[in-house]
Structure formats: C-alpha cells, structure tokens
Design a protein. Structure first.
Length: 377
C-alpha cells in the first residue's frame, strides 16, 4: 500500500535568494492520510478558534494560541515529519561552486566532491558575505543576476564591480571565473534552453527530491501530494522516472556516507489546493515553525519546538558549517591549497582536469605526517 506524504514550504522567494526579509526556506513533509489529517486540522481549528477555517503557519506563529496549535501538530506527528531547511545566502554561496567551478572540471567532479571542496567554497563565501558586507554582497548580487538572466553577459569581467574591496579569496574566485568564462558560458547555455533554467536558483526541487528519497527508505511506495508550485510544475521529468521504481540506489559522492537517490512513486506528483487538502495545511504549518525557529525567535513554544525540529530538519538542509573553513583542520587546509592550485592553473591557461587526481593526492600527502607519507609513496 502506498504511503501518502504531504508537502509544503515556507519562505519561498524563487530565484531571489537575497530577499532582505526572508532569510530561510523550509520544505516540510508529513506522513499521514486524508482522514487523519482532516480530523486533526478540524479539531485544532475548533479548539483554538482559528477564524480563517484553514491552518496557515505564517499566521499561527504570530500568536500564542496559534503556536500552541503548532506544538500539538509537532507532537502528534513526531517521527512522521521530515524537513529540509536552507539558509538562502549560504545556498547561494553553494550555487557559486555549482555554476562557476563545477562546469570547469565536470568530467572529474567526483574528485572534488570527495574532498568536500564544494562545502569549502560555500562556507568560505558565506563567511566573506557575513563579514565583509557591501563588497561581498555586490559579488553575490552579481552572481544572482547572472543566474537569473542566463545570458552570460559580462562573464569575462564578472565580479569586477567591487574588486577593490575583495579579499584574497574573493580575488581568486573572481579571477578564476573570468579566466574560465567559456566553460561557465556553456553551462549557462544548456540551462537557458529549458523550462528548468527559469528556476535554477530555487531550492524547492532539491528539497522535495531529497525528502522523497529519504521517505523511500522508510516506505516501499509513496504518493506525493504537494501544494501548487511553479518550479515543481516546470520539472516533472525526474519524478516521473521514479514511478513504480523498485530499485534502491545510494550515493557516497558527497561526504562518503550513503545517501538515498531513488524512491518508488505510485504515480505522478499530485498538486492540490491547501484549502481543501488538510495534509498540506499540516506541512505548511510545520514548515513555518521551522523557519520561525531558525530565524532566532525565542519563547516558550520555540524552545519546545527546537528539539523536535532539530531531529527532523537534516534532509538535504543547506546550513553553514564553519568547521569546513577552520584552517587548523587538515581538510580545510587541503581545500585552501586546491583553490590556490585551480586559480594558478586558470591564470596560466593550464588544463584543470589533466593530473587533477595526482594534484589532490600530492597535496593530501604534503599535509600528512612524515610516516604516513613514506608509507603511501
């Protein structure tokens, strides 16, 4: 029997990840069925005298009785909730790696993912953004504009608008992007040809896919019911490929741990109206609670929510991790050296792919204790 999973979001701003008042995006899911969801929603509406006749998380978090209703939902569905939450500025930093660096070594990208280079770039850019203010902010805004337009206009001089205030790291990233502009242009051209490219910075698709993959480890078959979403409607092909799929595939590409990358759908994703689909109202409320907690709001309710949400908000979540850029860590040192090497090769016009494996091995060994180096030569 297929398990129904309801999905909804909070903090959606599409391709605008620098929205000044929406710093977090949450995509929440809850395993239930129509009868259970309806019974709980109708009971809470009556108990807390919710006038709209519909649970809307963005409204409930504002008032004490609404937060009590949210607490009841989180308790009732504990163990049947999964959430993906993203810091949008950090997510944008991650997109810089995805669309500036990766196109330049896509044929051997697994080498760089295995050492966590993507996380290093995202975290160091985020650190620059939070610490440097205007200079880094202009770089982020320029990149966001590039990805919205997808025309590659000005790629040869990208990130030059505020180069005087750039740190050494931002300078290397700027110069790398300018020198490798033709690789980046090819990637943009491939995106510009399809409907998916219109939502290239949006976080909905990756959140939904990761949540479904993790639900797929718990249930043999899933029925996905989502609130209407333009980004999702534009990209149904990869979900349709999972209909009646019974293969369970896991990937170790990103961090060496096994992550599910397949699931079994009973049919195409169903899009429903939240006003008449009570399960979506529950997901909406959970998503709003997650954003409320991560935004730093503190009261009796959020302290209660925090422990529940923390256990359920790690499915594809995109959150900074400063351990990735602490140079006392060997991996951080390695990735800093890799950035220098990539920048150097770009500046000299040297092939980035040729000898990349050997480069990473040599740099790894250079940071290892002498006995380890001797044993691995």
């Amino acid at each position: 029997m297929s398990q129904k999973i309801y999905f909804d979001e909070s903090g959606f701003t599409g391709n605008n990840l620098l929205h000044p008042s929406q710093n977090y995006f949450a995509y929440a899911s809850v395993a239930s069925d129509d009868d259970e969801a309806k019974a709980i929603v109708e009971r809470l509406i009556k108990k807390y005298n919710i006038q709209s006749g519909e649970l809307k998380g963005a409204n409930l978090v504002k008032f004490a009785k609404g937060r009590k209703a949210i607490s009841e939902i989180l308790e009732a569905f504990e163990g049947r909730i999964k959430i993906s939450i993203s810091d949008k500025k950090f997510a944008l930093a991650g997109k810089v790696h995805e669309y500036i660096f990766e196109p330049c070594y896509s044929d051997v990208n697994s080498l760089f993912y295995r050492i966590g280079f993507h996380r290093f770039i995202a975290n160091i850019l985020y650190t620059e953004f939070m610490a440097r203010g205007a200079g880094a902010e202009e770089l982020f805004a320029e990149f966001e504009s590039l990805m919205r337009e997808l025309d590659g206009k000005g790629l040869q001089t990208i990130f030059s608008s505020s180069d005087a205030s750039h740190s050494e790291t931002l300078r290397m990233i700027r110069e790398f992007a300018q020198k490798r502009h033709s690789d980046i242009q090819k990637e943009l051209d491939s995106l510009a040809d399809g409907e998916t490219g219109k939502w290239v910075l949006d976080l909905t698709d990756s959140a939904l896919f990761t949540l479904l993959a993790n639900w797929g480890t718990q249930y043999e078959q899933l029925t996905a019911i989502c609130d209407h979403s333009k980004p999702l409607l534009a990209n149904q092909e990869m979900y349709n490929g999972m209909i009646c799929n019974t293969k369970k595939v896991f990937s170790r590409l990103v961090d060496g741990q096994e992550h599910p990358v397949t699931f079994n759908l009973s049919g195409p994703i169903e899009f429903a109206d939240s006003r008449t689909t009570h399960g979506i109202q529950l997901a909406d409320t959970i998503a709003a609670a997650a954003v409320f907690v991560f935004s730093g709001k503190v009261d009796e309710s959020t302290e209660h929510w925090r422990s529940i949400i923390a256990c359920q908000a790690h499915y594809g979540s995109v959150i900074p991790d400063m351990e990735e850029v602490k140079l006392e860590n060997t991996r951080s040192k390695l990735n800093a050296l890799v950035l220098h090497q990539l920048h150097d090769r770009a500046m000299r016009g040297v092939d980035l792919i040729e000898g990349a494996r050997e480069m990473i091995i040599d740099l790894t060994l250079s940071l290892s204790p002498p006995t380890y180096r001797m044993n691995h030569r």
